[in-house]
Design a protein around this ligand. Sequence first.
Ligand code: 6J7
Length: 137
Amino acid sequence: MRSGIRRQKEYTDFLKSVPKLKDLPEEILNQVADNLDECHYTNGEYIIRQGARGDTFYIIAKGQVKVTKKDKKTSEEAVLRTLQKGDFFGERALQNEEVRTANIVADNKDGVDCLCLDRDSYTQLISSLGEVSLRQY
Ligand code: 6J7
C-alpha cells in the first residue's frame, strides 16, 4: 500500500502538470493533494448527469470523457467536446450551489480514473482561482 506521504507527493506532482492549477502555492497544492479521492468509472458510465445536484470537482488522471448536453427542443444529446488526462470539470455546479449544466460520460475502453475533490475543499482551496471558477466555454 502506498504511504500517505508518497501518495501526497504523487498527487502534488500530478497537480503541477495541470496548466491551470500548477501555479497555486505549494502549500495549497499539498492541501488539495491531501483531500483528493480516486474515483474509477467504466466506459460509457455517466460521471455527471445534467440537471442533477453535485458536490464534486474532478480532474482526469487516466482516459478521456465526453461532455454532452441535451438539446431543449429535440432532447437529443450533442457532444460538446472531449477532455483528456489533466483536464478538469464539475466547477460550475460548485460555484453557486446550482445543478450540473452538462453530462460527463466516460469514453475509454479501459475506464476513466479521476481525482475528486469535495465541495468544501474546492471552495476553500480552488474557487478563488479565476482561471478555474470563471472558465468560459
Ligand atoms: Br468541460 C465543459 N464544457 C462545457 C460546456 O461547453 N458547457 C457546459 N455547460 N459545461 C461544460 N463543461 C463542464 C463544466 O465543468 O461540464 C460540467 C458539467 O457539470 C461543467 O460543470 P458542471 O455544470 O458542474
